[in-house]
Each structure stands twice: as C-alpha cells, then as structure tokens.
Ligand binder design. Structure first.
Ligand code: HSE
Length: 398
C-alpha cells in the first residue's frame, strides 16, 4: 500500500481525487501497489466533501508523514506550490504537478532537487492537460532530433477564437461567453495575453532543445487585439486564426514565440475547435506527429496527474525525472523568421499593389482588405506595412 497526498482541492484537485478513486484497480496495476489517498491539502472547509476525513490545512501534516511517498501539487501559481514542492522533495517524497507556471519557472531547480533526493518529479498535466504529450516527446520520440514543436496550447483562447470565427462574435463577447461557461477565469489575463501558452511553450522547448528558457523572455502576443474582421478575412482567404506557441531548433539556439497565426484550413490544427488543444512535433525520423485532445478540465488534467502518481510509485527505486535544462543555445529573436504574413488594411487595390505587387485581395464587410504577402522577415514586413493604412498583421503558418 502506498499513500499519496493531493495539494489543492480546486477543479483539478477534486477531479484527481475522483479519477484516483474511480480507477483504483487500474492505477494499482500500473503502480505495482495499491494507492491510498492520505490527505488533501485545502485552504477552506468543505463540509459536504466525501473526502472530509482526508482534508488537512497544514502542509506539515503531509510533510511529516513518512508513509506518504507521492505528493500531487495541483495548487497552481508559484508561491505555496513551489515551497510545498521543495519541502516534499526534501522529505523524500516524489512530486507530480500540473502547474505549468511552476514547471516553466522553477522546474529545473525542482528536477535537480528530485535527482539529489532520489525521487520522481513528473508534470505530464502541465502541457496539453489530458493529452499524453511530454512522455511521448521525451520517451517515445527518443530516436528523433526534434526540430520543431508548435501547437494550440491554451483552451480558453481557442474557445474564444472558435466563437469569434463561427458566431461572428467580438473578442469581448466571446470572452464573456467563455467566462459564463466556466472556461475562462474571472481574471483571464494569463490566457488571453498568451502567458499561459508561453509557459507551456517554454516547457516544450526545454524538453526538445534544452536551454531552460526564461518564459518571460519569450516574445508573446495574445489575442486581445484581434478583430472579427481578421477572422472573417482569414476564412475568406482559406485560413483559421489560431494562437500558436512555437519553438524551433536553430544552430545558435532555440527560436520560440507565441502569436496568433493564420493556419491553412487544410491543416489539422485549423480543425481543432473550442477548448481542445493540439501539438505538432517534427522529428528527424518520424516526420510530423500531432497530438490533440482536451487541454484543460477537471478529469482530463486529472487523467495525466493520476498516471504520474502511478508512475512515480512504480519507479520508486528508479526515479523518473524529465530531462530539463540540457545544454542548449540561447533564445534566438523571432523577428528573423521568414514567413508569409496576413495583412488587413484600409486601402484600394492599387495602393496595396504598389507595396505588395501581385497579392490577391479579399474585401470584407468592414471595407478593409486582407491579403497574404510573400515570405519575408518581420522588419521587411513592418517597413512595407508602414506605407499603408494597415490595421493588423499576423504570421501565416507555412
Ligand atoms: N487556462 C488554461 C487553458 C488551463 O485555458 O488552457 C489549462 O492549462
């Protein structure tokens, strides 16, 4: 019998307790031992909870119980989550987490501590929620030099973009709907400004290329400036608008950024709607593989964390620690990446063609036109769009 503890009793923590109970036997088979919920660390009282006898408010109770060998940190944020993770590792307990902010900012330190103390540190649920992604990337694709990782890594923004596209809503209307349905947080800043996708991109980049990128240094643009006209013109041009996190191998390091992109309608990522996530990995042997599924949510994220608990128990004598912080180059500026661009402008065809000869123009319901430029880097694009009354410019996934 192995005892585990859950830190946090929000959406994921509650879902984790449910999934662990519902799949007790299956998880025991994977773990090679029966798994017993020892404690759930809470901040508030939950008088109606079926786990009443497991709720504790003091982390020291968990920390000092030698029978607890795995701690699932699903609190989120850095503050207490970081402190409890460190204390759990120091107490000889494996830590599993779905906390992308903590993994992106302090994952390397926690992984080093876990190594030193002979315990596992796993965080499959931190990127892509329920999608099996990090283990396939690190293990199943071990025979590949990964050259690029890119994807739709945030469910809230994908929900908003889908609503803007399919229902013609403005950003504000779609955000309000996402909040009403419980997809977006009351403070949606981290999602809509691309910060959440950026943290996930940093984790994917580190596992793929090393370098332990500082997420705050990754150029990040969210979706708040997108207008319904962009979705309308993009579709007329044959594209869907998606917020993509991208990381690519470069000779001198890693190029990583988060930006809204135009994705060709024939590309798998264009068909990923609502809160779903999808991540493409380009490897030297396999070519391109795409993983997709629910990137957030109570049971999908719990699915990944529960499997981490079982793996941590199974690997008690041979701890599992993803290879973060491998030697890697510095962050390469994204502006030099050559891409076609979508431009929205208030301009007559001859004005556009004087700057971008031969581009095909589409006029939408706002009198503005949209077009796709030939491939060029960002400075070249900015130099030309400055000559027009251009209202938006987005990279096209080529
Ligand atoms: N806020 C995140 C999202 C939750 O919308 O994708 C999962 O990381």
């Amino acid at each position: 019998m192995t005892k585990y503890a859950i830190l946090g009793f929000g959406t994921v923590g509650g879902g984790l307790a449910e999934v662990m109970a519902a799949q007790k036997e299956r998880l025991a088979a994977v773990a090679g031992d029966e798994l017993e919920l020892g404690y759930i660390l809470v901040r508030h009282d939950y008088p109606d909870s079926p786990w009443q006898d497991k709720l504790v408010k003091d982390f020291a109770v968990i920390e000092s119980d030698p029978d607890v060998s795995v701690v699932a940190e699903v609190i989120g944020g850095v503050g207490p989550a970081f402190e409890y993770s460190k204390r759990a590792i120091l107490a000889g307990k494996s830590v599993v987490s779905s906390n992308k902010e903590l993994v992106a900012t302090h994952g390397l330190e926690l992984a080093a501590m876990a190594k030193e103390h002979g315990v596992s540190y796993l965080f499959e649920g931190s990127v892509g929620g329920g999608i099996p992604l990090l283990r396939p990337l690190s293990r199943c694709l071990a025979a590949n030099r990964v050259d690029e990782v890119y994807g739709i890594l945030n469910g809230t923004t994908n929900y908003i973009l889908t609503a803007m596209d399919e229902q013609g809503q403005t950003f504000a209307q779609a955000l309000a709907q996402a909040q009403k349905l419980g997809y977006a947080e009351a403070d949606p800043t981290a999602d809509v400004e691309g910060i959440d996708a950026c943290r996930k991109t940093a984790i994917l980049a580190d596992l793929s290329f090393g370098g332990n990128l500082d997420p705050t240094a990754i150029p990040t643009t969210g979706i708040t400036a997108l207008a319904p006209a962009d979705l309308e013109l993009a579709r007329a041009l044959g594209y869907a608008v998606k917020l993509l996190g991208r990381a690519m191998r470069r000779q001198e390091g890693c190029l990583a950024f988060v930006e809204p992109h135009l994705v060709p309608l024939g590309h798998t990522l264009a068909s990923i709607g609502g809160v779903m996530n999808a991540c493409a990995i380009r490897g030297s042997a396999v070519g391109e593989v795409i993983f997709c599924g629910p990137g957030a949510g109570r049971h999908p994220t719990a699915s990944a964390v529960a499997a981490d608990i079982a793996d941590a128990v199974r690997h008690r004598k041979d701890p599992m620690i993803p290879d973060l912080g491998k030697a890697g180059g510095a962050l390469v500026p994204a502006g030099g990446l050559i891409s076609p661009w979508y431009v929205r402008a208030m301009a007559e065809p001859d004005e556009v063609h004087a700057v971008f000869p031969g581009v095909k123009l589409i006029y939408g319901s706002t009198q503005e036109c949209g077009f796709i430029t030939p491939p060029m880097d960002e400075p070249a694009l900015r130099e030309r769009t400055a000559l027009l009354d251009s209202r938006a410019a987005l990279r096209v996934l080529a």
